[in-house]
Design a protein around this ligand. Structure first.
Ligand code: SF4
Ligand code: SF4
Length: 175
């Protein structure tokens, strides 16, 4: 049975709405490597949180956030995965054996790697860096074209208005 143990990385990389805590910064109540100073009175969203390492059975100890340096956030319906990287290790997700598995997940799920607000959309054969995404921004992703002219794309429509940002990847084979 997996357990958090001395891992506290979600208290750094995750957004906690109730505390107005942004992603990528330690919570003021965190005791890194020890736990939560207000445990028992901590927010409901912390109480119910279970990272992807805890919920995906096949992930071993190397995927435990204290070791991997990123936290996996997997939607309940298993269609969208966010990889929240520790800002002190922004490239951690690109290391072996992680990157290969993440690319495999991208064949079935929407996969986004982030460092704070900075987001990279992961497609099976390429990654698209879209810069910062704010809470409330409308984001869509998909593919354009067919066969050799098929390319992934991402569109970010800012919550505050203004023109959408659109990113189109390379043409080429996609899974
Ligand atoms: S990141 Fe996962 S394993 Fe680490 S403390 Fe949070 S829930 Fe537990
Ligand atoms: S309140 Fe406690 S459990 Fe929640 S983020 Fe802060 S330190 Fe972690």
């Amino acid at each position: 049975m997996k357990a958090c143990g001395t891992c506290t990385l979600c208290c750094k990389v995750c957004t906690i709405v109730e505390l107005n805590k942004p992603s990528g910064q330690w919570c003021v109540h965190a005791r890194p490597g020890q736990g939560c100073a207000i445990y028992g009175d901590h927010p409901k969203e912390c109480q119910v949180f279970r990272c992807g390492w805890l919920t995906i059975d096949e992930l071993g100890e190397d995927w435990k956030p204290i070791n991997s340096k990123f936290v996996l956030l997997l939607d309940e319906d298993r269609r969208r995965l966010v990889i929240e990287n520790d800002p002190g290790h922004p490239q951690a997700w690109k290391k072996a054996p992680f990157y290969q598995q993440i690319k495999s997940w991208a064949r079935a799920w929407t996969v986004i790697a982030s460092v704070g607000k900075h987001c990279i959309f992961v497609f099976p054969d390429q990654d698209i860096d879209v810069g910062p995404i704010e809470a409330g921004d409308e984001v869509r992703r998909g593919f354009r074209g067919e066969g050799p002219l098929k390319a992934p794309w991402v569109r970010v429509r800012p919550v505050g208005g203004g023109p959408p940002r659109e990113y189109v990847g390379r043409f080429g084979p996609t899974a």
